[in-house]
Design a protein around this ligand. Structure first.
Ligand code: GAF
Length: 376
């Protein structure tokens, strides 16, 4: 069943429209967002679709193709709506908190974005609903302000201490482009990212590894970075340049904290280098930066798991130009930059490596850079 059919089944009428928002792959720039740094995501072709129609003021009902029961609520406070519907109630709450008159709505959700795989299914849900409510209510909310509204739903309503990467990607990405985002100023540059023209592809490999301790570990990484910035006397780790890194590390007593800082500072530089290479048309050359990013996440930020490490190693062994885990970590997906005609070879090699290690089989597919949120 799709979102439109779910809407008709639940509410007995046609929706006013369909709004979609994509999941994302972060090409490079991991955990840099909450350090005011740089990220370079692109939108997945896979999207979350919200079929939406009007309801009386102050009333919202949401159903989906993946949950049995519809959920109805009025204006709520954080914690009152839980489960997947909290992301929807959170968007309503966040808009209201920011002074907007949120239109009542009936909403039916369907999602192609794999859940819990580090591909931003929650941001896709928030962004599809946000975009629909803005259009339905005729709200004056420029696109550059929208990610913060959705992020606040996630941070303050759902309670996940995430940065601005995922919502920015879902809302601001453009088809055929990667989004170079400065997470301090929110300025963006659309970087052409047409791999097919180069005979290349990005293969996404879902490790299907169970996510464990994700929230606590994510929060711990964030806290460590913020403590390091305070010790170093800078607003955020973004303010330490690559040239200043060694001096900064020498001022930190804690070895774990030193590793966390080294990841963030070197990762910001890798994003900037990746952007320069893409702009120069040297796409294959970004491969070594992707792989270096993975090593940094594995050894310094310590957010990888054996399944993603093996996927990266195997993809490189069979000819990928570069490979890295994408997203928050502790499972999730790997991306590999490969020759377009090598997708089957790389997939088979990773499947075999997983079978030999006794892991749950991976799922792999090639992706292109899709469009950001909008009305269908
Ligand atoms: C998750 C978070 F939601 C993002 O804000 C970002 O920190 C990412 O992990 C890591 O780069 O997706």
């Amino acid at each position: 069943m799709n979102a439109r059919d779910a809407f008709v089944k639940e509410f007995g009428t046609e929706p006013a429209g369909l709004w979609a928002a994509p999941g994302r792959v972060n090409l490079i720039g991991e955990h840099t967002d909450y350090n005011d740094g740089f990220v370079l995501p692109f939108a997945l072709p896979q999207r979350t679709v919200a079929a939406v129609g009007p309801a009386p003021a102050g009333e919202w009902t949401v159903c989906s193709t993946f949950a049995d029961e519809a959920v109805s609520f009025g204006l709520t406070q954080p914690g009152e709506v839980t489960g997947w519907a909290a992301y929807v109630a959170g968007v309503v709450w966040s808009l209201h908190e920011n002074g907007f008159e949120v239109p009542g709505a009936r909403i039916a959700i369907d999602s192609e974005v794999p859940l819990g795989s580090g591909l931003s299914s929650s941001a896709a849900l928030e962004s599809s609903v946000l975009t629909a409510l803005i259009d339905l209510g005729g709200l004056d909310l420029p696109v550059e302000r929208r990610p913060v509204i959705a992020q606040r739903a996630e941070n303050d309503y759902v309670g996940a201490p995430t940065g601005i990467l995922d919502q920015s990607a879902s809302i601001r990405c453009r088809e055929g482009h990667a989004l170079f985002l400065d997470c301090r100023s929110y300025e963006v540059e659309q970087i052409p990212f047409d791999l097919a023209a180069e005979g290349l592809a990005i293969l996404v490999i879902n490790s299907n590894a169970p996510h464990q301790h994700v929230d606590g570990e994510y929060g711990a990484r964030r806290k460590s970075c913020e403590q390091a910035a305070a010790i170093l006397g800078v607003p955020a780790l973004r303010d330490i340049t690559g040239a200043e890194l060694e001096g900064a590390l020498a001022r930190l007593d804690d070895e774990v904290m030193r590793r966390r800082v080294r990841h963030i500072v070197t990762e910001d530089d890798r994003v900037l280098e990746t952007v320069q290479l893409l702009k120069a048309g040297q796409v294959r050359e970004i491969g070594s930066l992707l792989t270096a990013s993975h090593a940094s996440m594995r050894d310094d930020f310590e957010i990888t798991v054996p399944q993603v490490d093996i996927a990266v190693e195997t993809a490189l062994e069979v000819g990928a130009y570069g490979a890295r885990m994408t997203g928050g970590g502790f499972g999730g997906c790997v991306l590999a930059l490969i020759d377009a005609d090598k997708a089957d070879v790389v997939t088979a090699a990773v499947e075999q490596a997983y079978a030999e290690a006794g892991f749950t089989p991976p799922t792999a597919w090639t992706v292109t850079a899709g469009a950001g949120a909008g009305k269908l």
